[in-house]
Design a protein around this ligand. Structure first.
Ligand code: NAD
Length: 356
């Protein structure tokens, strides 16, 4: 049956990089990939058209799709809007409405780009980590939350870190499943020495491990995990952690690679439906100049093929094509170094299509 992809370019460079990813999908369609693409606005672009960063038609399209390809949202133009209609609400709304509880963020360092990292090449060369972050629970969503004024007039701010056993189980299951397809190692990151919630998290992960004993499991406190990520990052295969710890550690891991324009991400729900997007934002500083790196978005399509569309061979083809263009010395401005060939956004997209 024809699978459906909702294409949501969003704002800023989102428009340019998604156009290149669409070229790649069209090439694969010509080679037999049975998918249908439908495009809709989201973020500031959608607000300008309809007054909402997530119009009903866009949400409907996303819900009916097997997978969503998102560019990025946000920009200077919409920063002064009320928080309820800011572009970011479009993204949060999609995550919530689609129930995307598992955020997969790979940090891969292509050997061709080892110099782009601020760490020594021998520490990071060949790095390939997958961070599995819980995305719909924890302290970002826990109630009660807010700021209140105490009797003495002082303000007190509070948030609640809360996880149910079932939430820990489903994210752990995702981590074990992914590890099984990779290096078969999972490191669960918590703060079990201080936070009861994550002491329970650790217990649940250990219980789940009884039925997943083919996977090598370890546990690490989050402060140590942050340290180990910069000290000896190649010790990790899959890391699984809470929403806030994952937010911080995945940015840290991404920066190990030194090239924000190269990293894709996936967010999955219980039905295997997913939203796929580059980890970077809408880069308003370079929008409209045809200089953004489209590879993170193109690699997001590879993740989409692998995790939501059951087309692993097509995913492999995209990843090999990206490898080939890097081998050929093609570089957008963000990853350019002396001796390489500087190309525009659209030239990079064309080169990947040719390599395919
Ligand atoms: P950003 O990721 O957009 O940009 C950070 C820096 O990286 C900029 O200098 C930018 O030019 C560069 N950069 C990013 N992607 C690039 C690419 N593909 N090629 C070359 N260079 C690239 O982060 P920011 O500047 O903090 O945020 C800009 C806007 O994006 C804000 O409105 C923010 O809210 C939004 N944002 C959206 C998402 C999302 O949609 N998922 C994520 C992060 C930020």
């Amino acid at each position: 049956m024809t699978k459906k992809i909702a294409v949501l370019p969003g704002d800023g460079i989102g428009q340019e990089i998604v156009a290149e990813a669409v070229k790649v999908i069209k090439k694969l369609q010509a080679d037999g990939l049975d998918v249908e693409m439908n495009e809709a606005p989201v973020g500031g672009t959608a607000y300008d058209i309809s007054g909402s960063p997530l119009p009903d038609e866009t949400l409907k399209l996303a819900k009916e799709a097997d997978a969503v390809l998102l560019g990025a949202v946000g920009g200077y133009k919409w920063e002064s809007l009320d928080i309820s209609v800011r572009p970011e609400k479009g993204l949060l709304g999609l995550r919530k409405e689609l129930g995307l509880f598992a955020n997969l963020r790979p940090a891969i360092l292509y050997p061709q780009l080892a110099d782009a990292s601020t760490l020594k090449p021998e520490i990071v060369s060949g790095l390939d980590i997958m961070i599995v972050r819980e995305l719909t629970g924890g302290i970002y969503f826990g109630q009660p939350r807010g700021v209140k004024t105490l009797d003495n007039g002082e303000r007190e701010g509070y948030n609640t870190l809360v996880y149910r056993e079932s939430e820990v189980k489903r994210i752990t299951e995702v981590a074990f499943d992914i590890a099984r397809k990779r290096g078969k190692k999972v490191c669960s990151v918590d703060k079990a020495n201080v936070l009861e919630v994550t002491e329970m998290w650790r217990d649940v992960v250990n219980e789940m491990h009884k039925d997943n004993s083919d996977i090598e499991l370890s546990h690490m406190y989050v402060d140590n995990a942050a340290m180990q990520l910069v000290k000896e990052p190649k010790q990790f295969d899959v890391m699984v952690t809470t929403n806030m710890f994952g937010d911080i550690l995945s940015d840290c891991a991404a920066m190990l690679t030194g090239s924000i324009g190269m990293l894709p991400s996936a967010s999955l729900n219980e039905k295997g439906q997913g939203m796929y997007e580059p980890i970077h934002g809408s880069a308003p500083d370079i929008a409209g100049q045809n200089i953004a790196n489209p590879l993170a978005t193109i690699l997001s399509v590879a993740m989409m093929l692998r995790y939501s569309l059951d087309e692993a061979a097509m995913a492999d083809r995209i990843e090999k094509a990206v490898d080939k263009v890097l081998d050929d010395g093609l570089r957008t401005a963000d990853i350019y170094s002396d001796g390489m060939k500087k190309v525009s956004t659209s030239e990079m997209g064309d080169a990947v299509v040719t390599a395919l």
